[in-house]
Design a protein around this ligand. Structure first.
Ligand SMILES: NC(=O)C1=CN([C@@H]2O[C@H](COP(=O)(O)OP(=O)(O)OC[C@H]3O[C@@H](n4cnc5c(N)ncnc54)[C@H](OP(=O)(O)O)[C@@H]3O)[C@@H](O)[C@H]2O)C=CC1
Ligand SMILES: O=CC(=O)O
Length: 361
């Protein structure tokens, strides 16, 4: 199966043409007369087969313009999950939320979301349930643990795990969901807090193709593009490779900032020079100015970047691929964690290097 990339249409082009009329009809996100739908009572039966259009593979492009009419569950309302669930609510979806810390559900409930008291109850009452959890342990617990989502799954339902986990975790959750006769899609995202807020995430999906087709309209509310990568595990692997590169890039950038300063250069000028050359990256331009000021407002928690490096190194180990740069970067993030920087943005890894310099001075 070839990989599939679908980019979100440019909204400026759409607004100035008859396409606006078409999109208003099919895409509630930019409809001028959009009103959030009231919640009806919970369905007693799975609705997936009744509520959703089944798209043929040839109709994949068009499917993103269709409205998703089923009920959507959302488990895990952290930095990423909250804005993602909010975007679904804003787009007019019926959303039921759950989070371990219940208070994080409250802002979404006030905006029209319904609350269920366990992942099982959410899954039982929804056609499709998304999960955005911290790590493999929490993803497994919320899906397969006591009162987990698996217990509420059944034929005609789908589970979409958008957490960043390893291949084995994704396969394990897939097996449990499949054992209930339901469908599974892994769909980790590339893009941080702001892309989540702006509906500009990149989905790296794999698993049940039919579920991918069914939830494409939802992925298009939440993101700017989506890749379908085939069998379960490929989405997780792609995400880990991407974040392995990102973690090493940030560690290297941190070294550059500190070295420039030590040799008497202005690190702000370094950030500007980098932004204009071949190694320019949005991440450097975005994070560089605050790193120079030793500020690390959390978008991507450092503990999650270290988790991703750890999982990526495990992936590399499983195929005997040498990854010395990522291994060195991982050590640096571990040092940063030991300095209490776990919940800071991952750009705070630079603090570990500052501390190291002092240690050796
Ligand atoms: N932030 C980012 O820029 C990006 C993050 N990611 C990935 O997305 C996932 C979520 O990230 P993010 O939102 O930033 O993380 P947060 O730490 O903000 O949120 C983590 C979520 O997981 C829940 N959770 C943690 N442990 C458990 C547990 N044992 N049982 C039940 N729920 C649990 C938390 O619940 P509670 O509120 O109760 O603590 C919270 O809802 C991670 O896998 C991360 O790697 C992917 C792309 C970008
Ligand atoms: O996983 C983090 C991201 O920015 O992507």
């Amino acid at each position: 199966m070839p990989s599939t990339l679908l980019a979100k249409p440019n909204i400026n082009n759409l607004l100035s043409s008859t396409a606006m009329a078409l999109c208003s009809a099919f895409c509630p996100r930019i409809s001028t007369n959009f009103r959030p739908k009231p919640f009806s009572s919970f369905p007693s039966k799975p609705l997936l087969s009744l509520s959703f259009k089944v798209f043929s593979s040839q109709a994949t492009d068009a499917s993103s313009q269709d409205k998703f009419s089923g009920r959507v569950g959302f488990l895990g309302l952290g930095i990423m999950g909250s804005p993602m669930a909010l975007n679904l609510i804003k787009a007019g979806c019926d959303v039921i939320v759950w989070n371990r810390t219940k208070s994080k559900c409250d802002p979404l409930i006030s905006l029209g979301a319904k609350y269920s008291s366990s992942p099982e109850e959410v899954a039982a009452n929804c056609d499709v349930t998304f999960a955005m959890l911290a790590d493999p342990e929490s993803a497994i617990d919320v899906a397969c643990g006591k009162n987990g989502a698996v217990s509420g799954m059944g034929p005609g339902k789908g589970y979409v795990d958008v957490s960043t986990v390893d291949v084995a975790t994704s396969k394990l959750i897939n097996e449990h969901i499949k054992a209930r006769g339901a469908l599974f899609l892994e769909a980790p995202v590339s893009g941080s807090k702001k892309p989540a807020e702006d509906g500009q995430l990149i989905f790296l999906t794999a698993g049940d193709r039919s579920l991918y087709e069914l939830v494409s309209p939802l992925l298009d509310i939440l993101g700017k593009s989506r890749f379908y990568l085939g069998k379960v595990g490929n989405g997780a692997a792609m995400k880990l490779v991407v974040n392995m590169i990102m973690g090493s890039m940030m560690a290297s950038f941190s070294e550059g900032i500190l070295l420039s300063k030590k040799v008497g250069l202005d690190p702000s000028v370094l950030v500007e020079v980098v932004s204009q050359g071949a190694i320019s990256a949005p991440m450097y331009s975005l994070k560089g100015p605050s790193m120079v000021k030793s500020q690390y407002p959390t978008a991507f928690p450092l503990k999650h970047q270290q988790k991703d490096l750890r999982l990526a190194l495990g992936l590399a180990e499983s195929v005997s691929q040498s990854t010395p740069i990522a291994a060195a970067a991982n050590e640096l993030y571990k040092v940063a964690k030991s300095y209490g920087l776990s919940d800071e943005d991952f750009s705070a890894v630079i603090e570990a290097l500052k501390a190291k310099s002092q240690d050796t001075a």
